[in-house]
Design a protein around this ligand. Structure first.
Ligand code: MN
Ligand code: MN
Length: 273
C-alpha cells in the first residue's frame, strides 16, 4: 500500500532559475541512474524477495527513492519554470522537448530526451546479486549528483542536491552491510561451483606497449595468491592446436607456466580438444 503526504522530504528553494540546469536535472528524474529507476529497481526486487528482513530494507529504500523523485522533480520544475512564459525562446532552447511538448513541466525523459525505460532496471531474483547491483547503482547516483552540484551556482539547489547525494551514500552503506550480513563468500554466486584451475587463470589478453607508454600491469587482481598468470593465452592456444602438445614458442618462459601447474589435465587442453 502506498500513501502520499503533501510535503517534500527536503524543502526545495531556488533563487535563480536556470532552464539549462533544469534540463541537466532530468538525468536524475527519468535517467538511467535516476530516482525512478532506483525506486522501481529496489521495490520490484522487494516484491520478489523471500527474505523478510532484506525485503523490508528493499521496500524502505525503494519508497524513499520515490520521495527523492518528488524532490528532484520539484527542483527541476523550478529551474524549468521560465519555459512556461510564452515566447521565452532562450528558455525553450534549453530543452525543446520539455518546452514544446511538455509545457515546461517534468516528464520521464533523461537530459537528452531519451524516454525512461524498464531496461534501466537490474532485477535478477537472486538477493546477493541484486544487492551488488544496488550498491553500484547508488555509487552511480552519488557521482551524478556530485557532478550536478559542481555545475550549479544556486545555493538552494546545491542544498537539495547535497541532501539527495548524501542519502545515496546512506543507501550504499545499508546495501553493503545487508550483503555482508548474508555471510556469503564474496566469489560464490549461485550454486554451481566454477571450474577449478580455470577460475584462477588470469589471461594477459592485452599485450605490447601502447602509444602513451601503457604496459602490462601486475597487481593483486592478477598475481600472487592462487593466481596463475597466463602470459600470452592466444599464442599458447595456437601452439597447442598446431602441435597437439604443449611447448614453448619463441623461447618465452611464460608459455610453460600454466602447463607446469596444470599438466596434461589442464582445462585449456580440454577446451581445445
Ligand atoms: Mn535517491
Ligand atoms: Mn539511493
Amino acid at each position: 500500500m502506498y500513501h502520499h503526504i503533501k510535503k517534500l522530504m527536503y524543502t526545495v528553494k531556488v533563487d535563480d532559475p536556470d532552464p539549462r540546469f533544469g534540463n541537466m536535472l532530468l538525468e536524475q528524474f527519468g535517467g538511467a541512474n535516476g530516482e525512478l529507476a532506483a525506486a522501481m529497481q529496489y521495490s520490484i526486487q522487494g516484491f520478489n524477495c523471500d527474505d523478510p528482513e532484506r525485503k523490508d530494507l528493499l521496500m524502505d529504500i525503494g519508497t524513499e527513492e520515490l520521495s527523492h523523485l518528488e524532490v528532484v522533480g520539484a527542483l527541476a520544475r523550478m529551474h524549468l519554470k521560465p519555459m512556461k512564459k510564452s515566447a521565452n525562446r532562450d528558455a525553450a532552447e534549453a530543452d525543446p522537448l520539455v518546452a514544446i511538448a511538455g509545457g515546461g513541466g517534468v516528464s520521464l525523459f533523461n537530459s537528452m530526451g531519451a524516454p525512461w525505460t524498464a531496461d534501466y532496471l537490474k532485477i535478477t531474483g537472486e538477493l546477493d546479486v541484486d544487492l551488488r547491483s544496488n550498491i553500484a547503482a547508488e555509487a552511480r547516483a552519488k557521482i551524478v549528483y556530485e557532478r550536478l552540484i559542481n555545475l550549479c551556482d544556486d545555493p538552494g539547489s546545491k542544498d537539495a542536491l547535497q541532501f539527495l547525494m548524501t542519502r545515496e551514500i546512506t543507501h550504499m552503506k545499508a546495501f553493503t552491510l545487508a550483503l555482508e550480513s548474508l555471510g556469503k563468500d564474496p566469489f560464490s554466486i549461485g550454486n554451481i561451483p566454477p571450474t577449478p584451475v580455470l577460475v584462477d587463470e588470469y589471461f594477459n589478453d592485452s599485450t605490447g606497449v601502447g602509444d602513451e607508454g601503457e604496459t602490462d600491469a601486475k597487481g593483486p587482481w592478477n598475481s600472487g595468491g592462487s593466481w596463475i598468470f597466463v602470459e600470452e593465452p592466444e599464442l599458447e592456444q595456437g601452439v597447442e592446436n598446431l602441435t597437439g602438445a604443449p611447448q614453448a614458442k619463441n623461447g618465452k618462459s611464460g608459455t610453460s607456466k600454466v602447463k607446469s601447474i596444470a599438466g596434461d589435465e589442464s582445462p585449456k587442453k580440454k577446451r581445445s580438444a
